[in-house]
Design a protein around this ligand. Structure first.
Ligand code: PLP
Length: 376
């Protein structure tokens, strides 16, 4: 049976150029970047070139990029270090964040007595900016942590608006941009963002490598102690092949951005058209014309008892999708993201997140629709 992959918000296929670059490093450049001999210096050089390349794509300084093992670690590092080292007393976040942020702020509330406020979410799945502005009126040492693109529904945060609100209120601003890095242009020289997080495997790079952007002159402390790697902010021998693979993946994604975006946007339009034609009673979580071009979350007019089985049933028909983030795709419980803004009546219905890449085709979408017809 043909296998169709429509779960690109969970992870993406590596680009061949990335594999080539990583293989070269793995076979030829195996020195420890902390060693002072030539093998080590070459490895270190590869890392610093990768850092410069990533900084160029995000329009920031290379020194502002710190390599971590994944975005989850980068989020943990920033949130925890802000509390321990910047004297943050309150975190404003939202109920639609990824668990890498939500569970970390819950821990900070419990262990460090940090006050947590959740900004309201509108019926379209975006944050209520007026509510954020009101919350920011309180005079407390605050960090705002709001994701750029939601991984389950694709809604997009207005980074400029939030960054400006935070700046005017003297609050720090952290954004989990895992679903946006490599998929949209982010110009950190123009946006007053303090911290940003990305992950290579979401933009056709390797798993096990992420970045934390920390704005110059903000002094954080590590959460992992050991050697002096990453200026002492993240100990542990660097994963050179992953770092180089990530830089290559980002360089190509940004280089091809407009072409691939247009191609994927057309696929998304076709997907919406097919879904609404074949299942006129389906509804979308997040307005499809306002969500990112690669993510669609649809609530299907099928029997409630299909909810827990939908991923399995689609898989049996050769189509890989998910219900929310990969970690909860097998659960029959509604996702925490949908729970935050969808009417209760729809929460028991089966939903699915379809997330596209430039490797997908219209035939993949036809396969999805055929599979849905079979299991409805
Ligand atoms: N944040 C968001 C929005 C995500 O979509 C993900 C991945 O699912 C993560 C964080 C975690 O990223 P990583 O797999 O690099 O830890």
């Amino acid at each position: 049976m043909k296998q169709v992959y429509l779960d690109n918000a969970s992870t993406t296929q590596l680009r061949p150029e990335v594999i080539a670059e990583m293989t070269k490093i793995l076979s030829d450049n195996y020195g420890n970047p902390s060693s002072s001999h030539n093998f080590g210096r070459e490895a270190k050089n590869a890392i610093e070139l990768a850092r410069k390349s990533i900084a160029k794509s995000l329009n920031c300084n290379a020194q502002e990029i710190i390599f971590t093992s994944c975005a989850t670690e980068a989020n943990n590092f920033i949130l925890l270090s802000c509390v321990k080292n910047l004297g943050i007393k309150r975190i404003i976040t939202s109920k639609i964040e990824h668990h890498a942020v939500l569970h970390t702020v819950e821990m900070l509330q419990k262990e460090y007595k940090i006050e947590i406020e959740y900004v309201s979410i509108t019926k379209s799945g975006i944050i209520d900016y007026e509510n954020l502005s009101d919350l920011l009126n309180e005079d407390k040492k605050t960090l705002v942590s709001l994701m750029h693109v939601n991984n389950e529904i694709g809604t997009i945060l207005d980074l400029e608006r939030v960054a400006t609100l935070c700046k005017n209120s003297n609050a720090y601003f952290h954004t989990d941009a895992v679903q946006a890095v490599g998929k949209s242009r982010i110009d950190l020289s123009q946006l007053p963002i303090d911290f940003l997080v990305g992950s290579a495997h979401k933009f056709h790079g390797p798993k096990g490598i992420g970045i934390a952007f920390v704005r110059k002159n903000i002094v954080l402390q590590p959460v992992i102690y050991g050697g002096e790697q990453e200026k002492g902010l993240r100990a542990g021998t660097e994963s050179v092949h992953n770092i180089v693979g990530m830089a290559k993946a980002l360089e190509i994604s940004i280089g091809n951005l407009e072409t691939e975006q247009k191609y994927i946007q057309d696929l998304k339009s076709y997907l919406i058209e097919q879904l609404t034609t074949v299942f006129p009673d389906c509804i979308f979580a997040g307005k499809p014309d306002e969500t990112q071009y690669n993510i669609v979350n649809v609530i299907l007019p099928f029997d409630d008892n299909k909810s827990g089985m939908i991923v399995f049933l689609m898989d049996m028909n050769g189509v890989a999708i998910s219900r929310g983030s990969a970690c909860q795709s097998g659960s029959s419980k509604p996702s925490h993201v949908l729970e935050a803004f969808i009417d209760k009546g729809f929460l028991t219905k089966p939903n699915m997140r379809i997330s596209l890449s430039h490797y997908n085709t219209k035939e993949d979408i036809d396969s999805l629709i055929e599979a849905l017809k079979k299991i409805q």
